[in-house]
Design a protein around this ligand. Structure first.
Ligand SMILES: Nc1nc2c(ncn2[C@@H]2O[C@H](COP(=O)(O)OP(=O)(O)OP(=O)(O)O)[C@@H](O)[C@H]2O)c(=O)[nH]1
Ligand SMILES: [Mg+2]
Length: 651
């Protein structure tokens, strides 16, 4: 079972789930159970499934065979080497391969000069006019190969420009960027490339990130702070002909290796094992040579040997193109593909499953509550009317008084609800006073001032530390406001359930823990990359301040933006069910009153009225049944695990 097949099975699962959720949405509308809130939630779930992307990144020193491995794993079906792979430095800029159906197949290239501005790659993605676009003719393999060659484009600039663009010029043998005799330096022409390419796997949401060697990674913080940590799998590639070199180790330590043990989705590949295929040696000798190299790597990287996959990307590509089973077996690519898909897809599926499961459960509970409250109201009304059978006008008048009284009582109860709503608004304001972006903006301003006015590196360093502590405090304070809102809403949910029979259950809980963890991660990164003694001693405070804001603070801001968005949806999600049920209950009481009034005017319509209600009841009951069927179907699909290309039920 190849990764491609496994991934296809996963996509099928996603689309099955989408179509079930889609029909759930339609069913809600047809049955007049939809409201703005639930429509939005169903649309969001569908969007999540549609936009669900799987990011796989390839990282290594130059010439270890990243691009060749991508060709072998994903693109062998084209019968050609799609991504350029040659000796020496080939891929000059980080390259994302993906498919966005709203765009024509193309290569978009961001000029290297954009490094001079403060904006990151993510920011530039919002401005297509900043990119150079090369159309992609997918009908011709040669035209495609030609177009893909742009990722290797270089240009020569003087050394001052090179340094300004972030290319470190050190004068030693291993330096990636050397000053030539004429005083100029060869640097990449592009800062980033996005290849929009309708390959079946990319169409299903796979995003592949090919990176150039170490030096280019170090200068693009967005890569190390956001693109790599957010990738679902990162493949780190070593080559058997070079072994683990010092610069391989640096890439590993700084960008991939997890300090405390194994991180999910991190895979080490020992490529080019064909360089050990010596015709004068027996198969067993070669085998033990490979095993020895694997063990050496394992020791150096401090990993179990079983986590290192020896392969030959080049032979695997040739084998796949020529359908040479024997060579493919020797290339050992299938073991790697198997490990990759076992690591990647179940983990990814779990995240999607959890997300959708929680959200769907909530929507179901909400709809069920609505139907149940309609049903119990209806039954009450039926009982009332049943009692009126054969009664005289006096009794009907008494009943009318009773309902009127109930209505008044409920309206008095509503006062409490209005009071809660105003406290809710106050608490929400308090929450956003801590969590909101205004507060973060103030913090950024004061941190920037403190840094620019710092006279000692100690002050500079503590301003950065303080920034993180203050961000953490803001999250902790927000967390406690959230606790208060939740406690208040739980109490009011309960009150309305007990006193007025609303079917509300308990409000959904919410936590900011993931954002706290993200802040910890960014802090950790800052302490190893920016706020270090070395950086403080070797950089000017202006330079360091700018770096801190361009690389670190911008990510903290993103974290807060996400936290704000989540908090807003949560607030809506806990308030909406109350509002909807209260409205329903009001309408219902009004209907009861009117129906008795009508009977009061003409007692002969009573039987007709009861018959009508019996019909409504049967309709409600069948809606409840239909909902539980939908619920069961969705749950069934959610529970299914995608393994080895077939869909199996999880025990
Ligand atoms: N013998 C052998 N050579 C390989 C193998 N894989 C890649 N190569 C060669 O190694 C060289 C570098 O391969 P690339 O795929 O360009 O390496 P890369 O890691 O993408 O390098 P950069 O793009 O420069 O960062 C090319 O000449 C490939 O043909 C392999 O499995 N065996
Ligand atoms: Mg490459």
């Amino acid at each position: 079972m190849t990764l491609a097949q496994h991934f296809a099975a996963y996509s099928e699962w996603r689309s099955e789930l989408s179509s079930l959720l889609d029909s759930f949405g339609r069913w809600l509308t047809e049955n007049e159970l939809a409201d703005a809130q639930i429509d939005r939630r169903v649309a969001q779930m569908l969007e999540k499934l549609r936009e669900d992307r799987l990011h796989v990144a390839f990282v290594a020193e130059f010439s270890r065979g990243k691009s060749e491995l991508i060709n072998a794993v994903f693109f062998a079906d084209y019968g050609h080497r799609i991504l350029p792979s040659t000796a020496g430095r080939t891929t000059m800029c980080p390259t994302e391969l993906m498919f966005d159906q709203n765009k024509a197949p193309s290569i978009e290239l961001l000029p290297i000069e954009t490094r001079q501005s403060n904006a990151g790659i993510g920011e530039y993605k919002r401005f297509p006019e900043e990119w150079t676009t090369v159309p992609l003719n997918t009908a011709s393999a040669e035209a495609m190969q030609d177009a893909f060659r742009h990722v290797s484009d270089v240009r020569r600039v003087d050394s001052a420009t090179a340094e300004k663009l972030g290319f470190p010029l050190v004068n030693d043998e291993t330096a990636a960027f050397k000053i030539g005799d004429d005083g100029t330096v060869e640097i990449p022409r592009w800062r980033h490339a996005v290849i929009n390419f309708p390959h079946p796997l990319l169409q299903q949401g796979l995003v592949i990130l090919d990176t150039p060697g170490l030096n280019a990674i170090g200068t693009e913080p967005e890569l190390t702070l956001s693109l790599l940590p957010n990738a679902h799998a990162v493949l780190f590639i070593l080559a058997a002909d070079t072994g683990v070199t010092q610069s391989d180790l640096t890439v590993w330590r700084e960008h991939i290796g997890a300090p405390n043990g194994r991180k999910k989705g991190r895979i080490v590949v020992l490529n080019k094992i064909d360089s050990l295929w010596d015709e004068l040696k027996s198969a067993a000798e070669i085998e033990s040579e490979i095993a020895k190299q694997v063990n050496d790597c394992a020791q150096t990287l401090d990993l179990p040997a079983a986590q290192i996959y020896p392969v030959s990307a080049q032979k695997a590509l040739v084998a796949k193109i020529n359908a040479d089973e024997e060579l493919l077996l020797r290339s050992r690519l299938s073991d790697l593909e198997f490990a990759l898909s076992e690591d990647l897809i179940p983990a990814k599926q779990e995240i999607v499953r959890d997300n959708i499961d929680n959200e769907f459960k909530d929507c179901c509970r909400h709809t069920h509550g609505l139907l149940e409250s309609r049903l119990s109201g209806l039954r009450e009304q039926m009982a009332e009317l049943g009692e009126l059978r054969g009664k005289n006008k006096g009794v009907v008048e008494y009943m009318m008084g009773k309902v009127r009284h109930e209505k008044e009582e409920f309206e008095a109860g509503l006062q409490r609800y209005y009071a809660v709503r105003s406290v809710f608004a106050q608490l929400t304001n308090k929450l956003f006073a801590h969590l909101g972006l205004d507060s973060l903006r103030l913090l950024s301003t004061s941190t920037r001032e403190a840094m620019l006015h710092a006279t000692f590196s100690k002050t500079l360093s503590s301003a950065m530390t303080q920034f993180f502590n203050a961000s953490r405090n803001r999250l902790a304070n927000s967390e406690s406001e959230i606790g208060e809102i939740l406690a208040m809403m739980s109490a009011i949910y309960k009150k309305f359930s007990v006193e007025h029979g609303l079917k509300l259950g308990t409000p959904t809980a919410f936590s900011l823990m993931r954002y706290e963890k993200e802040i910890d991660r960014l802090d950790q990164w800052c302490r190893t990359h920016v706020n270090t003694t070395f950086q403080l001693l070797t950089h000017e405070k202006n330079q360091l301040t700018q770096r801190f804001f361009e690389e670190v603070a911008v990510q903290v801001r993103k974290t807060f933006e996400h936290a704000n968005r989540d908090a807003e949806s949560w607030l809506k999600a806990i308030m909406a069910p109350m509002e909807i049920q209260i409205r329903e209950h009001q309408i219902h009481l009004q209907r009861r009153l009117e129906s008795i009034k009508r009977i009061h005017q003409a007692t002969d319509t009573l039987e007709e009225r009861i018959e009508e209600l019996v019909y409504v009841e049967s309709k409600l009951l069948s809606q409840i049944k239909a909902l539980s069927e939908i619920d069961e179907n969705v749950r069934d699909v959610l529970q299914r695990a995608v393994r080895g290309g077939e869909l199996r039920k999880v025990a």
